[in-house]
Design a protein. Structure first.
Length: 377
C-alpha cells in the first residue's frame, strides 16, 4: 500500500521565485518517484489582502501544474480552518491532508494545534544552526514533532558551535530530483553564475557581538574576484529600485549582473538559467562560516545534478563533501580564484564528478526513502 505524505511547504507568501519553490519541489518529486502520494500544504497568513492572496494562489497553481501537483494542493488558515476567500478554488480540504501517514514539515512556524492533528510528524530543518539558535532564544516556537531532521551535519554533535535546542536531530542530506534535473551542456561563452538575494535586514549575534547576515555581507571579501580570474562571473540578484548604486558598483568591479526576478521567476526559468550556466560561483551568509555547519545550498545541488561544477564558500568540515572534485570549497579570495581556474582547466571531468556527487549523496529517491524509513519506524 502506498504512503501518503503531507509536505508542508513555505512558498505561498514568498516573492515569486522559481528557486525557492524548487527547495520543496525536489522533496515532493522525490517522494512521488518512490510511489508516495503527495499533498502540498500551504498555511495562509492572516492580514493578506484578498487580491494579493488570489495572486499568490494563482502563481502557486501555475508553478505546480507543470509537475502534476496542482490537484494535490491543500490550503488552510493558521488554525487549520478553510480560508473563506478560497473556498471555491478547488483545493483539497485540509481534512484530506490530516489522513496522511506523515507530515513532512518545512514550515517552522506551523502552530501546535495543526501539527498535533497528524498521527506522525517530522520537522525538516534547512537552516542548520540558525534554527537551533532561534529555538533556544525563543525567537521562534516550534511545535512538538514526532521526529526532527536537519541538513546540518554538525547539529546536535559535540563539535557543534551552536545549541541543539533540546531536541535529538537526525541528519539527512538535502536532495535534488535527478529525473527532473538532467545533465545539460552550457551555452557558448557561459558564465559561472548564481541566483541570490542581496541586501536584507537580517542580523545574528554571537559571543563577538551582532553582525549582518545577508548575502551582500558574505560577498564583500570577494568583490575583487573578477579581477583575479579570466572566468566570467554573473550574479542574478533581486535588487530594489533604490539599489541601482549596488548594481553599478558590482559592474565596475567586473561582475555581470542580471535580474533574478526575470531569469528565475518560475521553476522552469530558474532551471533553464542554471542549466545554461558554465557552473556556479557563490558565497554564503556569514552565519554559515561562523557556525561551521557544513551547509550546502539546495541551489548548488541543482547545479551539480545538471553536471555543472560548483565553486562555493567553505562552511565547515564534512564527512563527504569534497573540496576540489566537482564541488570546490574556498575560504579566501586567492583560493576562490584558484578553484575557478581548476574547475575550468579540467572542465569535462569536473562536470562528470559534479553529477556523480549528486547521484551518490543527494538523489531525492535515496534521501526521502531514508527519511521515511526513520520517520515511520
Amino acid at each position: 500500500m502506498s504512503l501518503t505524505v503531507c509536505l508542508a511547504a513555505n512558498t505561498l507568501h514568498y516573492p515569486e521565485g522559481g528557486g525557492h519553490r524548487w527547495v520543496y519541489l525536489n522533496w515532493a518529486l522525490g517522494l512521488r518517484s518512490i510511489g508516495c502520494e503527495v499533498i502540498w500544504l500551504e498555511v495562509v497568513r492572516q492580514g493578506v489582502s484578498a487580491q494579493r492572496l488570489f495572486e499568490q494562489v494563482a502563481a502557486l497553481k501555475r508553478h505546480l501544474a507543470r509537475y502534476d501537483l496542482v490537484e494535490r494542493i491543500a490550503l488552510c488558515s493558521a488554525s487549520g480552518d478553510t480560508v473563506p476567500e478560497l473556498a471555491t478554488e478547488g483545493f483539497l480540504e485540509f481534512e484530506a491532508a490530516l489522513h496522511a501517514d506523515l507530515l513532512l514539515n518545512f514550515s517552522y512556524g506551523m502552530r501546535s494545534e495543526l501539527v498535533s492533528c497528524f498521527s506522525r510528524s517530522s520537522l525538516i530543518d534547512i537552516d542548520p544552526g540558525l534554527l537551533q539558535i532561534w529555538m533556544s532564544s525563543n525567537q521562534i516556537n516550534v511545535a512538538l514533532h514526532t521526529q526532527y531532521f536537519t541538513i546540518g551535519e554538525h547539529v546536535g554533535q559535540p563539535e557543534a558551535r551552536f545549541p541543539d535546542a533540546g531536541q535529538k536531530w537526525n541528519y539527512t542530506p538535502p536532495c535534488v530530483a535527478l529525473d527532473w534535473w538532467p545533465e545539460s551542456r552550457a551555452l557558448k561563452n557561459a558564465a559561472f553564475t548564481t541566483v541570490s538575494h542581496w541586501s536584507a535586514d537580517e542580523w545574528m549575534a554571537d559571543a563577538n557581538g551582532t553582525y549582518p547576515n545577508d548575502k551582500r555581507t558574505g560577498f564583500l571579501p570577494f568583490l575583487d574576484l573578477p579581477q583575479r580570474t579570466p572566468q566570467s562571473l554573473e550574479l542574478a540578484l533581486c535588487l530594489g529600485s533604490d539599489e541601482e548604486y549596488e548594481r553599478m558598483a558590482l559592474q565596475r568591479r567586473g561582475w555581470h549582473i542580471t535580474d533574478s526576478t526575470t531569469v528565475a521567476s518560475t521553476p522552469w526559468d530558474y532551471q533553464h538559467y542554471i542549466q545554461q550556466s558554465l557552473g556556479e560561483f557563490s558565497c554564503v551568509k556569514p552565519s554559515c562560516v561562523r557556525l561551521q555547519n557544513a551547509w550546502i545550498s539546495d541551489r548548488t545541488l541543482c547545479y551539480l545534478a545538471s553536471g555543472k561544477p560548483a565553486v562555493v564558500q567553505h562552511t565547515g568540515a564534512s564527512r563527504f563533501l569534497p573540496d576540489a572534485a566537482g564541488l570546490f570549497r574556498f575560504s579566501d579570495l586567492k583560493e576562490a580564484a584558484r578553484c575557478l581556474e581548476s574547475a575550468a582547466a579540467d572542465y569535462e571531468r569536473h562536470c562528470k564528478l559534479a553529477r556523480a556527487l549528486a547521484e551518490e549523496y543527494f538523489d531525492a529517491r535515496k534521501v526521502v526513502a531514508s527519511v521515511l524509513e526513520r520517520a515511520l519506524n
